[in-house]
Design a protein around this ligand. Structure first.
Ligand code: ADP
Ligand code: MG
Length: 597
């Protein structure tokens, strides 16, 4: 059976782990042949070990227990039988034979007591586990054994009866554990500390073998393995992403040798879309260079997601000037009566640092460092506090969570986990908010930074102005740290997910629409007509509680920030007018006719 499942505490027994039961038996036979004493000193032990003085010394040291350098030979032999690759029956027979001094294949009650005490000591010394049983305990065991075997204490027990008794005790126990399990069952040995089954690392789909192999990636962490795909994964019907749709055998072959300077590969980029089939985009960028290096697969994804936007021929405008927004006093008044709150968010990433799917502990910490400096430098309305996710006390966490400010720990179903963007969570993550909680920033979630501006009521211009101030502060601070933001003329702001490039901006109002709430199909048609997207009141794919809808711009790229927020303002203005028409008795057909006009 061997103690291979248990870890040996005593190095001097390591070599015995490789022994077969034949070798263990040979040790007993040599002992008998050499006619050595019951107590062995270093010299006689060395003789038994064919002159291996060094090993003899080690074993004496292991067994020594105030015995003046003389050890119990049979403990050593039974300890060896225990550790070697022996079955429970083999090992129990070696124990029996060691104490069958007259070789009659019968042992007495007293011999069995000594056999068990010696074997227990041998096993305990060899494994370093447990404490030696007292004589009384062993005597009670042997008395019980004799009763079970059907013998009186003055009788002798045969070899077969002895091993049958061991087998009976083991019955119902873990028979693979062999003698070790028997000794644990007898209470002679402590069970080995249960070795925690190593937690499967994140990064792969538990239900489906994509063919990805964890071949060792410099970015691997304790909890995550990057997979490498030797060939194009065989996508299933469940794979809905644009990546799965556009990645052909040919393209895969062409790009599979490509690696960015930060070490991001095609396998890295498609891992989340491969292992998390339901994702819509299915590809992540590990750094800014990915948008060039993997353009042949990313560009069709961008076109598919952003209504045909083509970064090879189009330019993306940027406009972060709040004064360019037109928002009349009448609109402000009307918005304030319908809109509960307004929110505008976008992603910002720092050039030269890998994005969360391709980051290292060090690069993520450096990003956090730059952002902390940014947050510390914010003044006036933007002045606030940064809360590192790791160092947050429970009350602060609960408070931030209840207000919907804190991000959730990534689940295995969202893009972050299998992209590797949740490695070493919550290290280097955190959230900033200003004193009146109208300006927020997330650090190292899906992007280096997510900036969020919020406000009660419907003053979109005010919320946008604060958004622009926050955006500018992050830009200035990044530049002050010698780094620019990831941005270019064709892609606008860049980030981990191609769905969030361009402005990366989502400007939303939480708006109460009791009439349109009665006809959600109509609401969707109306939103669609104005390039707006309705979401339930608790975020994407949630229901609308109390007829409250989160309505925002749908596009992200090809329009500037001002244009997108303007579209939202203009669309919401029309939606309010429609809501009022419905309240005044107009029918859905009337509204649809007016949309078509
Ligand atoms: P995003 O992807 O823009 O972060 P989500 O749909 O994931 O948006 O929603 C994030 C959170 O922001 C949700 O709790 C949602 O209810 C909240 N939220 C969105 N728009 C508004 C708004 N105008 N006012 C208040 N909360 C909002
Ligand atoms: Mg979201």
């Amino acid at each position: 059976m061997g103690a291979s499942s248990s870890s040996l505490a005593v190095d001097s027994f390591k070599r015995v782990e490789e022994w077969t039961s034949g070798e263990a038996r040979d040790l007993l036979q040599s002992y008998k042949d050499l006619d050595l004493d019951f107590g062995l000193d270093a010299a006689s032990l060395s003789t038994l070990l064919k002159g291996d003085d060094e090993w003899a010394g080690q074993l004496i040291a292991a067994f020594e227990n105030g015995s003046g350098g003389v050890i119990n030979a049979l403990s050593l032999i039974t300890g060896a039988a225990f550790v070697a690759k022996t079955s429970a029956v083999d090992a129990s027979e070696i124990v029996f034979d060691a104490f069958d001094f007259d070789e009659t294949s019968l042992i007495s009650y007293d011999e069995m007591v000594i056999a068990i005490i010696s074997a227990a000591r041998g096993a305990i010394v060899a494994t370093g586990r447990g404490t030696e049983p007292g004589d009384a305990k062993v005597e009670a065991m042997v008395a019980d054994a004799f009763t079970k075997i059907g013998k009186s204490p003055s009788d002798q027990v045969s070899r077969g009866e002895f091993s049958q008794w061991v087998a009976d005790v083991l019955d119902g126990q873990d028979s693979d554990g062999g003698l070790e399990a028997a000794m644990v069952a007898f209470g002679l040995l402590e069970a080995a500390a249960k070795q925690e089954a190593p937690k499967p690392k994140l990064g792969r789909n538990a239900d489906w073998d994509s063919g990805g192999v964890a071949a060792g990636d410099a970015k691997d962490s304790e909890d995550f393995e990057y997979l490498s795909y030797a060939r194009l994964p065989k996508f299933t019907e469940g794979h809905r992403s644009l990546m799965a749709k556009h990645l052909s055998e040919e393209l895969f072959a062409k790009l599979s040798g490509t690696k960015t300077a930060s070490g991001y590969t095609l396998s890295n980029a498609i891992q989340t879309g491969t292992e998390t089939p339901h994702l819509g985009v299915g590809l992540t960028a590990g750094d800014e260079e990915c948008y060039e290096a993997f353009a042949e697969i990313i560009n069709p994804i961008i076109a598919g997601w952003h209504g045909g936007y083509d970064p090879t021929t189009m330019k993306h405008p940027t406009d972060l000037e709040p004064e360019n927004l037109s928002f009349s006093d009448a609109q402000r008044a009307s918005f304030n009566s319908y809109v509960a709150s307004t929110r505008i968010r976008a992603a910002r990433n720092i050039r030269g640092k890998p994005l969360p799917p391709g980051s290292t502990r060090e690069s993520a910490a450096a990003v956090e460092g730059i952002l902390k400096t940014t947050f510390e430098g914010l003044e006036g309305d933007l002045k606030g506090t940064y809360y590192p996710l790791g160092g947050m006390d429970a009350a602060t966490e609960a408070d931030l969570q209840s207000q919907g400010f804190l991000f959730q720990k990534p689940k295995t179903t969202n893009l972050l986990t299998n992209a590797g963007a949740a490695r070493f969570w919550p290290e280097s993550r955190g959230i900033f908010h200003n004193d009146n909680k109208t300006a927020l920033a997330w650090c190292n979630e899906e992007d280096h930074c997510r900036i969020i501006s919020m406000g009660q009521g419907g003053d979109v211009k005010d919320v946008f102005a604060r958004f622009c101030a926050l955006s500018n502060a992050v830009k200035v601070s990044a530049e002050g740290s010698g780094a620019a933001l990831m941005w270019n003329e064709t892609h606008g702001f860049l980030g981990s997910c191609p769905s969030n490039i361009g402005t990366g901006l989502r400007g939303s109002v939480m708006i109460k629409l009791p009439q349109l709430n009665e006809n959600i199909e109509l609401l969707e048609k109306v939103c669609d007509a104005f390039d707006l997207q309705p979401r339930g009141s608790a975020g994407e794919h949630s229901a609308a509680v109390g007829a409250k809808w989160d309505i925002s711009n749908k596009q992200r790229i090809g329009f500037s920030e001002v244009q997108l927020v303007q579209k939202m303002i203009d669309g919401i203005t029309k939606i309010i007018a429609i809501e009022e028409k419905l309240a005044g008795g107009a029918t859905a057909a009337d509204i649809e006719a007016s949309l078509a006009a």
